[in-house]
Ligand binder design. Structure first.
Ligand SMILES: Cc1cc2nc3c(=O)[nH]c(=O)nc-3n(C[C@H](O)[C@H](O)[C@H](O)COP(=O)(O)OP(=O)(O)OC[C@H]3O[C@@H](n4cnc5c(N)ncnc54)[C@H](O)[C@@H]3O)c2cc1C
Ligand code: FES
Length: 278
C-alpha cells in the first residue's frame, strides 16, 4: 500500500499526488513512468513521474480525470492509500548539455515537463519553454517553468491566454536556432511540433502514451510504429524520435477500446465501483 501524502489541484480535473514510495524514488529518473493500481480490482494505469525525492522517499504524479480509473483516483484524499505502484518503468530521458532546447508541453503533461526542464536547466542547457492547454484555466506551473527558462511562451487552443494555437512556433523556429526539441502532451500536439521542427533538422523527442497493460514488454498492447519498425512504448520508449512516429496509427490504437472505456466511465458516474466510494 502506498500512502498519499498530499493532494494538489493543479487545474480543474487535474490533480498532483505526492506518494510515499521510497524504493521508486531512489531509482526514478526524468521521463520514466509508473503503473498505479488503486485497489485489488483496479486496472493498471500508466502515469509519468512528475517529481521524486530519494531523501524524503516520495514521488509525485499528475493525472487528468478522463475515464473510470482516473476519476476514481481523483476521489482519493491525503492519507488514503493506493494498492500498488510499480516502477520506475520505461527508459529515462537523455539529459545532458545539448545547448538550446525547446520544451513544449501540453495539458497534464506540463507537470512532468517541469521535472524535465529542471534537469535540462541543471545540466547547463538554455531552455525555451512553451506551455499549452485548451483553455487558460487548464494552465499550471507557469511561474515555476518561467523561472527556469530563458524564454517562456503560453498558447491556448481558444486564444484565452497567450498565442492562439501553436502556429506562432513557426516564427520562433525561423528566428532562433535550437539543438533539440522535447515535446510532451496530446498526440496532435506532438505531431504538429514534430512537423514544425522537421524542416529545420532539429532532433525532436516526443513522449508517447499508447494504451499499456503490463508496462514491461510482455503483452504487446503498446505497439507503435517508429521509422517503419514496430516498437513497444513501454520498454523501447516512452520517448521516441518525433520525426519517425506513425501518429495516425497511434491515434487509431489509442481509440481501440473507446466504447468499453465510455461504458466503464458511465457506469462509474452512475454508481461508483461498489467499494463504497462514489
Ligand atoms: C507512458 C504513459 C504515461 C502516461 N502519463 C500520464 C500522466 O502523467 N498523466 C495522465 O493524466 N495521463 C497519463 N497517461 C495516460 C493515462 O494512462 C490514461 O489517461 C489512463 O490510463 C486513463 O484511464 P481511465 O480509466 O481513467 O480512462 P479510460 O476511459 O480507460 O481511457 C481514457 C483514454 O486514456 C487512454 N488510456 C486508457 N487506458 C490506458 C492505458 N492502460 N494506458 C495508456 N493509455 C490509456 C486511452 O487513449 C483512452 O481513450 C500516460 C500513459 C502512458 C502510456
Ligand atoms: S504495455 Fe505490454 S508490452 Fe508494453
Amino acid at each position: 500500500m502506498y500512502e498519499i501524502l498530499s493532494v494538489r489541484e493543479l487545474a480543474p480535473k487535474i490533480k498532483l499526488f505526492e506518494v510515499h514510495a521510497p524504493e521508486i524514488a531512489e531509482k526514478a529518473r526524468p521521463g520514466q513512468f509508473i503503473m498505479v493500481i488503486i485497489n485489488e480490482k483496479g486496472e493498471r494505469v500508466p502515469l509519468t513521474i512528475a517529481e521524486y525525492d530519494a531523501g524524503k522517499g516520495t514521488i509525485a504524479f499528475a493525472f487528468n480525470e478522463v475515464g473510470k480509473t482516473t476519476k476514481q483516483l481523483g476521489t482519493l484524499k491525503e492519507g488514503d492509500r493506493v494498492w500498488n505502484i510499480t516502477g520506475p518503468l520505461g527508459n529515462p530521458s537523455e539529459i545532458r548539455n545539448f545547448g538550446r532546447v525547446l520544451c513544449v508541453a501540453g495539458g497534464v503533461m506540463i507537470a512532468p515537463m517541469l521535472l524535465q526542464i529542471k534537469a535540462l536547466h541543471e545540466t547547463g542547457n538554455t531552455v525555451v519553454a512553451v506551455v499549452g492547454a485548451r483553455i487558460k484555466e487548464l494552465l499550471f506551473f507557469k511561474e515555476e517553468i518561467k523561472a527556469l527558462s530563458h524564454k517562456f511562451y503560453v498558447a491556448t487552443d481558444d486564444g484565452s491566454e497567450g498565442y492562439k494555437s501553436l502556429e506562432f512556433l513557426k516564427d520562433v523556429l525561423a528566428e532562433e536556432k535550437f539543438d533539440r526539441c522535447v515535446a510532451m502532451g496530446p498526440v496532435p500536439m506532438l505531431k504538429t511540433v514534430s512537423e514544425f521542427t522537421k524542416p529545420f533538422g532539429i532532433p525532436t523527442v516526443v513522449t508517447l502514451m499508447p494504451v499499456m497493460v503490463d508496462g514491461m514488454g510482455m503483452c504487446g498492447v503498446c505497439r507503435v510504429s517508429v521509422g517503419g519498425k514496430m516498437k513497444f512504448g513501454c520498454v523501447d520508449g516512452p520517448e521516441f524520435d518525433g520525426h519517425l512516429v506513425d501518429y495516425e496509427e497511434l491515434i487509431k490504437r489509442q481509440r481501440m477500446f473507446l466504447p468499453e472505456e465510455r461504458l466503464s466511465s458511465l457506469l462509474w458516474e452512475l454508481g461508483g465501483c461498489g467499494c463504497g466510494r462514489k
